[in-house]
Write a protein that binds this ligand. Structure first.
Ligand code: PLP
Length: 478
């Protein structure tokens, strides 16, 4: 993965940076040390390859290129055209998508492009035709009023945040919950699983324009064929946000009804989570949505980031290699090992297990909030993030859950035994943590006490595993 050339490049790059702002060089150096020395279990993070990282540090960043490939608002975009076209081509081939748009700067931006394109495709076009206008430039002020009324007031149905959905799936305070009339579907209160009949009943009653499937914290697979059936029955556009599990789709762990791309009208993703690319987003779409998705920039997005689209092309090329399928399968297998490691030691998991890349641990049985558990684990060098569980009594800030994912440590080479050991170490920390009090002595949801010596013991045990699976092996900044 790494070799002497990479060491030389980064050593010299940090020297150049340090001549201008040494504190940036130092923070960059320290970030590598921190990532090397901790158990990264954040489900949305990964380690991109040196090729991907190096691609981002170039002059492709210096070019403005609003518009689309071959159709730019600026002169001299031929090289940006090349990298954007490559990213889109790799994405189409990898996911079997008729159309791919590589410009979104992040997952949220990709979702905004999707909303925009669905509204433009489903509402704007027919309304313009009815008003006898070819495009928006032909509209009168009265026509604009009509168009605004029809573009607004649309309905969106998505998975609720506390069931594992994302903020952009209609959460009230998010723009998706403000620009759309929204309703949310949850999971079954007993099993924690999606109940498609309940989703269908809600859809029949609410009749959304957009039905969103996809999640940030649901540890199970989704039947996208069934979601498409529901969308078709009520005349909705099916949008799938596969930001979290795109790597498992790319790696053919999710196939058939579990592969969203053939079923969704529009699919969005990030490129930096299980897909192991640069921070960024992608939109995949059926051909009929392509023209409206293409207008993402400059209608919704700022100018495309040439250096990041280039890095997407490199990462997607990596994901098309056979090794990526092995990696993706290992991510899913490792999540099972981690879940089994917890279950065999008596811990409680939302839905009772996992069949994707993530595990949602309910820490209330340890007498802790997610906030306390997250902090105690961090003291021991285990990096996680707290996450609400369904109907969480502690809400979205303190929470009762810890979300864990296997993509990053799998990239480092962890397998079954290591993930079982990770579960064991985490249980040791959680059992050794007690809730603290506020300054007035009242029970606190944030403070905690971790028994003496545990953090050091766990750090030492983790260090042994981490040393056996070095991050960027051979990369030496000294
Ligand atoms: N969609 C889902 C399902 C996510 O989990 C996330 C990020 O956590 C996003 C979108 C947003 O991605 P980004 O942070 O790149 O905007």
């Amino acid at each position: 993965m790494t070799d002497a050339r990479t060491s030389a490049i980064y050593r010299q790059a940090l020297e150049v940076i340090a001549e201008v702002e040494p504190r940036v060089a130092e923070a960059t150096r320290q970030e590598l040390a921190d990532q090397r020395g901790s158990l990264k279990l954040i489900a949305s993070e990964n380690y991109a390859s040196p090729a991907v990282l190096l691609t981002m540090g170039t002059w492709l960043s210096d070019k403005y290129a609003e518009g689309t490939v071959g159709h730019r608002f600026y002169a001299g975009c031929q090289n940006i055209d090349t990298v954007e076209a490559l990213a889109a081509e790799h994405a189409r081939e990898l996911f079997g998508a008729p159309y791919a748009y590589a410009q979104p700067h992040s997952g949220i931006d990709a979702n905004l492009v999707a909303f925009w394109s669905i509204l433009a495709h489903r509402i704007e076009g027919p309304t313009l035709a009815r008003l006898g206008a070819k495009n928006v430039n032909d509209l009168t002020e009265a026509d604009w009023e009509t168009l605004r009324g029809e573009l607004g007031n649309q309905r969106l149905l998505g998975m609720s945040l506390d069931a594992g959905g994302h903020l952009t799936h209609g959460f009230r305070p998010n723009i998706s919950g403000k620009m759309f009339h929204q309703q949310q579907y949850g999971t079954d209160p007993t099993t924690g699983l999606l109940d498609y009949d309940v989703v269908a009943a809600k859809a029949r009653e609410f009749r959304p324009l957009v039905l969103i499937a996809g999640y940030s914290a649901y540890p199970r697979r989704v039947d996208f064929a069934r979601m498409r059936e529901i969308a078709d029955e009520v005349g909705a556009t099916l949008m799938v946000d596969m930001a979290h599990f795109a790597g498992l789709v790319a790696g053919k762990v999710f196939t058939g009804d579990e592969d969203p791309v053939p079923f969704a009208h529009v699919t969005t993703t990030t490129t930096h989570k299980s897909l192991r690319g640069p921070r960024g987003g992608l939109v995949l779409a059926q051909e009929e949505y392509a023209p409206s998705v293409d207008r993402g920039c400059p209608m919704v997005l700022g100018g495309p980031l040439g250096h990041v689209m280039a890095a997407k092309a490199v990462a997607l090329a990596e994901a098309r290699r056979p090794e990526f399928r092995v990696y993706a399968q290992q991510v899913a297998d490792n999540a099972k090992s981690l879940a089994d490691g917890f279950l065999s030691r008596g811990a409680t998991l939302v839905t009772g297990g996992t069949d994707n890349h993530l595990v949602l641990l309910d820490v209330s049985s340890f007498g802790l909030t997610g906030r306390q558990a997250e902090s105690a684990l961090l003291d021991a060098g285990v990096v996680t993030n707290r996450n609400a569980v369904p109907a969480d009594p502690h809400g979205a800030w303190y929470t009762s859950g810890i979300r864990l994912g296997t993509p990053a440590l799998t990239t480092r080479g962890f397998g079954h035994d290591e993930f079982d050991r990770v579960a064991e170490l985490m249980i040791e920390v959680l059992r050794s943590t007690s809730p603290g009090t506020t300054s007035t002595g009242a029970p606190s949801k944030a403070t905690y006490r971790l028994a003496d010596g545990v953090a050091d013991r766990v750090r030492a045990a983790a260090a042994e595993m981490l040393d056996n699976h070095p991050l960027y092996p051979g990369l030496d900044l000294a």
